[in-house]
Design a protein around this ligand. Structure first.
Ligand SMILES: [Fe+2]
Length: 269
């Protein structure tokens, strides 16, 4: 399965700017690149912060811009989003029985479980008891099917003091329960605006710096420098053997030489 992981679009209303740039333009360029190189992907998931302030006009703009994307797309919420305005613009996005925008997508590589970690009005995330219960039930109902979690907020630390207050609250209690289920193969998250990956509680995770602004990683400071680098997105290649995550920047690379064919000659193993 080829999965596209987009995150942190931070769209603002048409005509407005964010930190002096147009987030919608960055998304359009990202979509152009995906359509050119990765239109064969099975699915694209956007892990939240779809908008910067959760206003309805920004969700309408998102709906318009996404019309050009040639890959089926699922949307998730981040701390900058508004559940109500999102659902006004995207009424067909599935919800759980408690009204949270979380659902299961049955893919060719297993179950993608899309989580809703939004706590309206706050920067940190939550898998409150009802949301966590829903997740653990999904993991338990098909224990032998590989599951992949997608969340806006990390469920583990990323080693940057700036983000310590903005994680999913109670992640220390939540992660062992997720690990205990035994079928989660990878966690994709957003929120952090830096490129980071690793393992926590034995579960691999990855996040990219996303489509809008980025943050310069600093292992000492509690504040952060925001920068405007090229938009980035991840491609995950998932099959029964493993999960491979590649990061792509939306810029024009300077090719210095075309390498000889890497095909292995016949008869050579
Ligand atoms: Fe964000």
């Amino acid at each position: 399965m080829k999965l596209i992981h987009l995150t942190d679009l931070h769209l603002v209303p048409p005509g407005a700017m964010l930190f002096g740039f147009d987030p919608a333009e960055r998304l359009r360029k990202t979509i152009e690149r995906i359509n050119r190189d990765h239109a064969d992907a099975e699915l694209c998931v956007v892990t939240g912060d779809l908008t910067d302030e959760g206003d309805f006009a920004s969700y309408e703009l998102l709906r318009d811009v996404l019309r050009d994307l040639r890959v089926p797309t699922r949307l998730m919420l981040g701390n900058h989003d508004s559940r109500q305005n999102f659902l006004r613009a995207f009424p067909d996005e599935p919800r759980d029985e408690n009204g949270f925008v979380q659902s299961v997508h049955e893919s060719s590589a297993g179950r993608l479980i899309l989580l809703d970690t939004l706590v309206e009005g706050f920067g940190h995330g939550s898998l409150s008891d009802d949301r966590l219960e829903w997740l653990l039930a999904r993991l338990a109902e098909k224990p032998n099917v590989p599951a992949y979690l997608l969340a806006h907020h990390p469920l583990q630390p990323i080693g940057l003091p700036h983000f310590e207050p903005w994680n999913t609250e109670n992640w220390r209690q939540i992660m062992p329960q997720i690990a205990k289920a035994g079928n989660v193969r990878h966690i994709f998250h957003g929120h952090v605006h830096v490129d980071v990956g690793g393992t926590w509680s034995g579960i691999p995770f990855s996040a990219s710096r996303g489509v809008a602004h980025q943050i310069i990683p600093d292992f000492k400071r509690r504040d952060a420098d925001f920068v405007e680098d090229a938009p980035a997105f991840d491609i995950a290649l998932i099959d029964a053997e493993g999960v491979l995550v590649h990061r792509f920047e939306v810029n024009d690379r300077h090719v210095v030489e075309v390498s000889a064919s890497g095909l292995v000659p016949e008869g050579v193993q």
